[in-house]
Design a protein around this ligand. Structure first.
Ligand SMILES: [Zn+2]
Length: 93
């Protein structure tokens, strides 16, 4: 019984450590990836984004040429209804 409690403590310690470093990574990633592709909802790093478009004085960033072209075709649609949620659909599965 004593051993089991100790093992539990150790595994809790490890899991909480992993969780903290994981959250830290996610947080840093979120700060860096601060722009959202308005077409598919992906987070974009503005410093490395190849595809961007200026609409009404605001710069929008895209993950691909396809998303950029889609936005250019109908910017109001994406700004009003938001991203189509390609990525969130995958996450919900
Ligand atoms: Zn995209």
């Amino acid at each position: 019984m004593y051993f089991n409690i100790n093992a539990l403590r150790v595994s809790l310690l490890i899991s909480s450590y992993l969780e903290i470093s994981y959250l830290d990574k996610v947080l840093k990633w979120c700060i860096r990836m601060s722009e959202i592709d308005p077409v598919c909802g992906m987070r974009i790093d503005p410093g490395r984004a190849k595809y961007k478009s200026v609409y009404k004085g605001k710069v929008y960033y895209f993950c691909s040429k396809w998303c950029m072209e889609e936005f250019d075709k109908n910017p109001e649609y994406y700004l009003k209804s938001g991203p189509r949620g390609m990525s969130s659909q995958i996450h919900n599965k």
